[in-house]
Design a protein around this ligand. Structure first.
Ligand code: C2E
Ligand code: MG
Ligand code: MG
Length: 417
């Protein structure tokens, strides 16, 4: 890199560094073995050679990461950006052709971060850091795309790295705790609770899941964390059951798309159920519309297996994603959760009220249970009840709370029933 940077400086040319990471490569590696993974990497390398020129450096950094260094592009950075854009189109086209690996067909996408020189930086270290940062932005933006480095990205990248480093040892440091938010009927009787993860980071206090779950997803750390959540949630459920909680009491657990798509997910939940002694019939798995970007048939199969084991499957944050109603119809779901953004303003925004009412009507017609999230006010509750919603979750009734606080509520509940 030093050599190329030197030459381009002398010839007054601009260049670019591209950092490419394959999307979901780990899934193939884990399910088909490393030989299959290696074969795919070789095919990818061959295709990269078709897009870039012989004088460009194409290298594999490790794992599924490639870098491409072009040192003699156009004379202005503006022209370079145009040039890179057309290269990206070509690359996308070339990678878009299916791959044959061990007799099977694979489709592949990649996330690419790009930085240019000399404008952005002149040292190899800086450039690598920038391209890597931009690559993460591309992943965050939904993968299968490219992003140019922008200086303000660095701040986000530093914050992300800090969270990532902290997350890596949070399980061992015992910094996680599950809070539980009751789900109730219109009379406030507790039907179940959703487990919500809390991270009490040393020196930093509580970090919101909205901040760390996306990082955990991107880095794959959601897999061990999600396993911890299930084990802990099931253990707690077992305790409540032993203490004599209503036998229909349900525990809802949030499952991230990356976690759901792990090839051993079914085995894992089976093992955890056996290990903790609870019944799958008392557990709801909350997924989001984000899972449907993958091959539909495999999602349906997986959900069907989970349903056969006794789990209920709920579509969380419903209405905020991109899944079509055709997809929805095919999925073996038991429940829809109306996203809180529609509930929040339904007493002031007519459109939100219509959406909430429509989701409830649709759920009822499709024989799905429907839960309204984020109920904070009586007027919202009244509206939802009037429109046929029967289960509620929100600050109006209860905030998420530590297990021992729910203990008391559940015991109180037992007396009433
Ligand atoms: P979610 O699954 O949609 O959870 C509901 C969120 O709404 C929770 O935020 C809850 O505290 C909040 N909430 C509940 N009632 C109200 C209300 O009346 N008003 C308002 N303003 N908010 C309310 P939280 O705990 O911050 O979690 C945020 C998100 O993080 C969750 O959204 C879920 O997507 C994710 N998450 C939390 N725990 C886990 C976990 O164990 N695994 C995974 N994969 N994701 C999790
Ligand atoms: Mg949820
Ligand atoms: Mg939600």
């Amino acid at each position: 890199m030093e050599y190329i940077l030197e030459i381009s400086k002398r010839e007054r040319r601009c260049g670019a560094l591209l950092f490419m990471d394959l999307d979901h490569f780990k899934t193939l590696n884990d399910s088909k073995g490393h030989a299959a993974g290696d074969e795919l990497l070789q095919h990818v390398a061959d295709r990269l050679k078709k897009v870039f020129r012989a004088e460009d450096v194409i290298a594999r950094l490790g794992g599924d990461e490639f870098v491409i260094l072009s040192g003699h592009l156009e004379e202005s950075e503006e022209l370079v950006i145009n040039q890179i854009h057309s290269l990206m189109l070509k690359l996308r086209h070339v990678l878009g052709e299916p791959f044959q690996v061990q007799g099977e067909t694979y489709h592949l996408t990649a996330s690419i971060g790009i930085t240019t020189f000399p404008g952005m930086a002149e040292s190899p270290e800086e450039l690598m850091k920038q391209a890597d940062t931009a690559m993460y932005k591309a992943k965050e933006a939904g993968r299968d795309g490219c992003k140019f480095y922008q200086p303000q990205m660095q701040e986000f990248a530093d914050a992300r790295l800090q969270i990532e480093n902290g997350l890596r040892q949070a399980i061992e440091a015992d910094e996680f705790e599950l809070f539980y938010q009751p789900q109730v009927d219109e009379f406030g009787r507790i039907l179940g609770a959703e487990a919500l993860l809390r991270w009490f980071k040393k020196d930093d206090g509580m970090v919101s899941p909205a901040e760390f779950i996306p990082v955990a997803e991107l880095t794959g750390l959601i897999v061990p964390i999600g396993e911890w959540v299930m084990r802990e949630g099931f253990r707690q459920l077992n305790q409540w059951q032993k203490a004599g909680v209503n036998k229909d009491f349900r525990l809802s657990i949030n499952i991230s798309p990356y976690q759901f798509h792990q090839s051993n997910f079914i085995e894992l939940v089976k093992d955890l159920i056996a290990e903790t002694g609870v019944s799958a019939n008392n557990v709801t798995l909350e997924v989001t519309e984000g899972i449907t970007i993958k091959d539909m048939q495999s999602i349906i199969d997986k959900m069907a297996q989970l349903t056969a084991l006794g789990f209920k499957i709920s579509m969380d944050d419903f209405g905020t994603g991109y899944s079509s109603l055709t997809y929805l119809k095919q999925l073996p779901l038991s429940e829809l959760k109306i996203d809180q953004s529609f509930v929040r303003d339904l007493h002031i925004d007519k459109a939100d009220a219509e959406i909430a009412a429509t989701i409830i009507a649709m759920a009822n017609n499709l024989n799905l249970e429907v839960v309204a999230e984020g109920v904070e006010e009586e007027s919202q509750l009244r509206f939802l009840i009037r429109n046929g919603c029967e289960v509620f979750q929100g600050y109006y009734f209860h905030r998420p709370m530590p297990a021992k606080d729910l203990d008391e509520l559940l015991l109180g509940n037992l007396v009433i029933l």
